[in-house]
Design a protein around this ligand. Structure first.
Ligand code: PXP
Length: 238
């Protein structure tokens, strides 16, 4: 059964809209844990648009479940990760002009940079996951670089508007997931998953963890974060 990593970035987005102290993502992490979150995920972006360095430091000391840090392969970010020592680092692509992470990390084109980041993190004793598109060549590259896990980008599936296209994207995810598991890597998935589209992805063979942020935080405005997490867990486990 898949587990749930709750991405709390957008709690910090609301706080940063006023550059104030509330809502605090540290409180959000505790509320998400109460709702059954198996992991807390944060993306410390180079532009610090939502999560701040202070958040990461406090979360490291307070989160009781797995702490997953998403970050770019930039040396500054890898240095922060090595100092803070989250349970897992997920390497993601990052462009300042994007609204959210668009597309997976191109491990083939940035092989040397990704390899250097993986080496530094592994030497610090931190497991590394690569956020990549469900594409066989990217999975091969992730395997050859010794990544511990792969997180498949589900944006193509989530954004598909026609049922046929959505099904094609789901089969693509299933094949990529199978390939990842065959190679002995842990399997995760995320991006654009919602209460409406999560079930088929949660049911994919070998699915280890789903990382979900925006949809849960959006629902939390109306039902509270603990309840929003509980409802997502029920769907994933159902
Ligand atoms: N996984 C990764 C690697 C991401 O970068 C993001 C977005 O920050 C997510 C999962 C969560 O995406 P969403 O907010 O669309 O649920």
């Amino acid at each position: 059964m898949a587990s749930l990593g709750v991405n709390i970035d957008h709690v910090a987005t609301v706080r940063q809209a006023r550059r104030t102290v509330e809502p605090d993502p540290v409180w959000a992490a505790a509320a998400a844990e109460l709702g059954g979150a198996d992991a807390i995920t944060v993306h410390l972006r180079e532009d610090r648009r939502h999560i701040q360095d202070r958040d990461l430091d406090v979360l490291r000391r307070t989160v009781q479940v797995k702490l997953n840090l998403e970050c770019a392969v930039a040396p500054e970010m890898i240095g922060i990760a090595c100092r803070v020592r989250p349970d897992l680092v997920t390497l993601v692509p990052e462009r300042r002009e994007e609204v959210t992470t668009e597309g997976g990390l191109d491990v083939l084109s940035h092989r040397d940079t990704v390899a250097a980041a993986i080496t530094r993190l592994q030497e610090a004793g931190i497991g590394v996951s690569l956020f990549i598109d469900p594409c066989p060549r990217q999975i091969d590259a992730a395997v050859s670089l010794g990544a511990h896990a792969v997180e498949l980008h589900t944006g193509g599936y989530a954004n598909a508007t026609e049922a046929e296209d959505r099904q094609i994207r789901l089969v693509e995810l299933a094949r990529a997931g199978h390939m990842t598991r065959q190679a002995g890597l842990e399997l995760a998935a995320g991006h654009g998953l919602t209460y409406r589209n999560v079930v088929p992805v949660a049911r994919l063979e070998g699915m280890g963890e789903l990382n979900i942020g925006h949809s849960i935080v959006a629902r939390s405005i109306f039902v509270g974060l603990t309840e929003a997490v509980r409802e997502m867990k029920r769907l994933i486990c159902g």
